[in-house]
Write a protein that binds this ligand. Structure first.
Ligand code: LP5
Ligand code: MN
Length: 239
């Protein structure tokens, strides 16, 4: 069994979602051979020294307990937690891998992404993303004290919420050309991603091949996941 989750946006101000995550780790996560976290596990991540925050440490340790029981937990970072790094990975017992990440589902080639890189119509975000994904920029950012970084991240969250209210909802979805390119460049027939908070299964044709794009749900107090049971993908949620 492989399960895929994303967009939990964990933070102490959302205890219902935190509880749902802990329930998920105690139950459904243990049934997985591999658990994939496709980005935005945390509301934001200001650097691995953010493990000083007891909430973040508790989340990492909860993941570690599942990893220690034999589940292979793999993480693709999101636009909120792209600064998750090796210290977090070690503590949580997870592997952080680059996107797009190729896997096979019953012999069918698939790729996994967070999904933000597909939103190419959102030009202000694309500019912002290019800046913060630059290693030199990240090194400079991480050189600042944790308290300063946390403040910047929180200010930025507020700015992002304001910016989104002014954006046309259409530009915040994936761009059809970017999706086609992802299928074309990888040769995959299945793409699984999160980010847009528009859970769905889309059927499309690329290069004469039938392709499927699965979009994961964001969490609001209930666990939601996509599941590969060895023969099919299906969206699931806790009752
Ligand atoms: O996350 P969400 O769903 O609200 O919106 C995203 C895009 N916004 C972001 C920003 C994150 O929410 C906040 C990131 C926290 C990261 C913490 C790590 C520390 C890094 C600190 C970096 C300074 O990703 C949003 C998209 C939306 O998805 C849909 O796809 O629209 O994009 C934006 O809102 C970006 C704005 O359009 C442009 C922002 C310009 C602000 C520039 C300030 C630069 C400050 C630099 C300070 C050193
Ligand atoms: Mn996201």
């Amino acid at each position: 069994m492989i399960r895929f989750i994303s967009d939990l946006h964990l933070n102490p101000a959302e205890p219902a979602t935190t509880d749902a995550f802990l329930r998920f780790l105690d139950g459904p996560a243990h049934e997985c051979e591999t658990l994939w976290i496709l980005g935005d596990l945390f509301e934001y991540w200001a650097g691995d020294d953010d493990l000083e925050n007891p909430f973040n440490a508790q989340m990492a340790d909860a993941l570690r307990a599942v990893a220690d029981s034999g589940v292979d937990i793999r993480v693709i970072v999101g636009n909120r937690d792209f600064l998750l790094g090796p210290v977090f990975a070690e503590r949580a017992g997870v592997s952080i891998v680059a996107e797009p990440y190729p896997i096979e589902l019953g012999g069918t080639p698939a790729i996994l992404m967070h999904g933000d890189s597909l939103c190419t119509d959102d030009l202000p975000y694309m500019q912002f993303r290019a800046m913060v994904r630059n290693p030199a920029w990240q090194a400079q950012f991480l050189a600042q004290p944790l308290a300063v970084r946390r403040k910047i991240a929180e200010d930025l969250r507020a700015k992002s919420e304001m910016a989104k209210q002014e954006k046309d909802v259409g530009i915040m979805d994936v761009n059809a050309g970017a999706v086609e390119r992802a299928f074309h460049d990888s040769g995959a027939a299945v793409l699984i991603h999160g980010h847009t908070h528009r859970p769905a299964r889309h059927e499309l044709n690329v290069d004469g091949r039938a392709c499927q794009r699965w979009v994961l749900a964001d969490w609001h107090g209930k666990a939601q996941w996509l599941e590969w049971n060895g023969s099919a993908l299906s969206a699931q949620k806790e009752q």
